[in-house]
Design a protein around this ligand. Structure first.
Ligand SMILES: Cc1ncc(C[n+]2csc(CCOP(=O)(O)OP(=O)(O)O)c2C)c(N)n1
Ligand SMILES: CC(=O)[C@@H](O)[C@H](O)COP(=O)(O)O
Ligand SMILES: [Mg+2]
Length: 601
């Protein structure tokens, strides 16, 4: 039955069926959990009042889009969510026309809505963009760029602010505090109605003048003053789990024909009591036991993130000028450990990568040693700040890029594929990569002693244990791990070193293995020396081919006029890399050692 024909009771039944489906699948397959459970009724309201096949449905980050997918013909296929070859865990237009845009990085939704609204106005169409954005995503500057223009051009856009008072972790900053204050306030449209009734009933005739004045005054104290002053009407807070109230409010908002924010209070994890409330661990989950909420842990070696966090903790204990930030990923980056022990030196600055970088640049100028810990993919948000605020002044900032390489189930929007390419051409930047846990630890010590900017990259999950002992870093120096008795040379970078070692072990020849260690400054002299003995080089790195490690090597060969060397890159081709279990994705890209060995001449 069409959603629009259902009664509230039937919609409430449907919301339970949606929750049951999400809990069943995510408990077995993993995925984004508590965000999506909290968005069920709001999503139903969107589908009741708007048309997903005409009005642009725009979910911010879109990690909370599972109910939307279940309501748009993907109920059965939801079994495959985030699996290789299956549904994406985020909205994806090529999956369904009901998915208006791709998402995964936060705070793009209102800009998308503004663009869509302009196009709709120009085409004189009767469609209204409807946005769902979380309170955490409201802490990124891009949102205010969009609201600034929207409040000016006043095109019809309805924005549902899904406020569960949580980002991944507890929300940070003044915006979050302001929004929470609003939630504590009375329901605005109800409150305003009560005031009107009171005036009519108790105040003598002719007091409408006073009522009007009161309305003005009310506007002054209206909770949504921040938005109203920007030219965006504010309605709320409403109960984001009360379907009737949601439908009424969205109908009012849609009818207003102008920009409106509907501030909805929701509970993150709603409907699965163990996950309800402010629990960071239920944001993104692996499989768990539904009965008791116990996560089904697979035995895994120590993750690079944990090695990084412990090593940085040591460094911070030994050097009080060490400071650091995360942009709303405290546990994902391990910075939560540092924030706990050094709350006045390590901060979560909310979803604000640009601000994280520039504010830490100032701390570097003041003599501190900042560790800016941001996933490779999210660091893309601060590209100009890296150039403009860190590298031009050659400031001693460390970029700790977690999730470098293929990240797995998050897919295209989250792969850490581009950092070498987008950082290598920036003057003063030093790029290096550890090959295992021990070199990651020593890499932080090395980074601490650098006097300029550097970026260190490490993978999601664990490094492979290597048979070669670790050695400390020397600026611009690579390391020959193993000589070979043939003309081939395997050059590894970062986690690519273990891939080179594994591939060599599968090959019949005795092949030299070389850890490049620095892609900038690259070890030109050693490469020139090696070209005299080896002339068939293979490059192993978890990075984009374009502008990546093999590109850097080819630049050296060209500069040194060396023409007897053939270079083959086993980096990523010029495509976006889909989601799925990392091993399956790498197999699809023919990057597994057993596949690479067949490509060695
Ligand atoms: C630019 C960027 N930085 C960080 C992230 C990681 N991230 C994903 S969801 C999220 C929190 C979003 O909180 P909120 O908008 O309140 O949504 P909720 O999960 O509470 O529904 C963060 C920080 C991201 N997706 N994009
Ligand atoms: C939606 C989002 O951007 C984050 O939740 C991200 O999925 C976290 O990635 P990790 O699971 O690698 O920490
Ligand atoms: Mg939230």
């Amino acid at each position: 039955m069409e959603i629009k024909d259902k009664s509230v009771k039937e919609l409430e039944t449907l919301s339970q069926e949606i929750r049951d489906r999400i809990i069943d699948v995510v408990s077995r397959k993993g995925g984004h959990f508590s965000s999506t459970l909290g968005a069920v009724e709001l999503t139903l309201g969107m589908h009741y009042v708007f048309d997903a096949y005409s009005d642009p449905f725009i979910f911010d980050v879109s990690h909370q889009c599972y109910p939307h997918k279940l309501l748009t013909g993907r109920w059965e296929e939801f079994e495959t969510v985030r699996q290789f070859g299956g549904l994406s865990g985020f909205t994806k237009p090529n999956e369904s026309p009901a998915d208006y845009f791709v998402a995964g990085h936060s705070s793009t939704s209102i800009s998308l809505a503004v663009g869509a609204a302009k196009a709709i106005a120009l085409k004189k169409e009767n469609r209204v963009p409807i946005v769902m954005i979380g309170d955490g995503s409201m802490t990124a500057g891009m949102v205010y760029e969009a609201l600034n223009e929207l409040g000016d051009i006043k095109l019809p856009v309805v924005i549902i602010l899904n406020d569960n008072e949580m980002s991944i972790a507890k929300p940070i900053g003044a915006i979050s505090k302001y929004l929470s204050k609003l939630l504590a306030g009375k329901y605005y449209q109800g409150f305003k109605g009560k005031v009107d009734k009171f005036i009519k009933k108790n105040m003598p005739e002719g007091t409408t003048y006073i009522a009007k004045r009161m309305e003005e005054a009310l506007k002054l104290i209206t909770p949504g003053i921040l938005f109203e002053e920007m030219g965006i009407d504010y309605i709320g807070p409403i109960d984001g789990h009360d379907i009737a109230e949601i439908i009424d409010t969205l109908q009012i908002a849609k009818a207003m024909g102008k920009p409106v924010i509907v501030h909805a209070r929701t509970v993150k994890g709603k409907g699965y009591p163990i996950a309800e409330g402010q629990h960071e661990c239920w944001h993104g989950v692996g499989p768990f036991n539904i009965q008791d909420g116990v996560f089904i842990k697979k035995e895994a070696p120590k993750a690079a993130t944990a090695v990084f966090a412990d090593a940085l903790l040591e460094l911070a204990r030994n050097h009080e000028n060490v400071v650091g930030v995360t942009a709303a990923m405290p546990s994902g980056t391990g910075i939560n450990k540092l924030m706990k022990e050094f709350p006045d030196r390590f901060w979560d600055v909310a979803i604000a990568e640009q601000h994280a970088i520039t504010s830490m640049a100032a701390m570097a100028k003041e003599g501190f040693k900042p560790f800016i810990t941001i996933y490779s993919t999210f660091l893309q948000r601060g590209f100009d700040q890296i150039i403009h605020d860190v590298c031009i002044l050659n400031l001693p900032v460390v970029f700790a890029m977690d999730r470098a390489g293929i990240v797995g189930n998050d897919g295209e929007t989250h792969q850490g594929a581009f950092d070498i390419s987008y950082l290598r051409f920036i003057p003063n930047m030093i790029l290096f990569a550890p090959r295992d846990n021990t070199t990651l630890e020593s890499g932080l010590e090395f980074a601490y002693n650098l006097t300029g900017p550097c970026a260190i990259r490490y993978p999601r999950g664990a490094f492979k244990e290597l048979i070669y002992p670790s050695t400390p870093f020397t600026l611009g120096k690579a390391e020959l791990l193993k000589v070979g008795s043939c003309k081939k040379l395997f050059i590894g970078y970062g986690a690519g070193v273990s891939r080179a070692i594994e591939t060599e072990s599968l090959h019949k020849d005795d092949i030299a293995i070389f850890d490049l260690r620095f892609v900038k400054p690259i070890d030109k002299d050693t490469l020139v020396e090696l070209s005299k003995k080896y002339n068939d080089w293979y490059v192993f790195s978890d990075s984009q081919k374009q502008g990546g490690v093999a590109s850097a090597i080819l630049e050296v060969l060209n500069e040194k006029k060396i023409h007897n060397v053939d270079v083959t890159s086993f980096e990523y081709n010029d495509n976006f890399i889909e989601h799925g279990d990392t091993n399956l994705v790498e197999e699809s890209l023919e990057l597994l050692p057993q596949q690479l060995v067949l490509k060695i001449k």
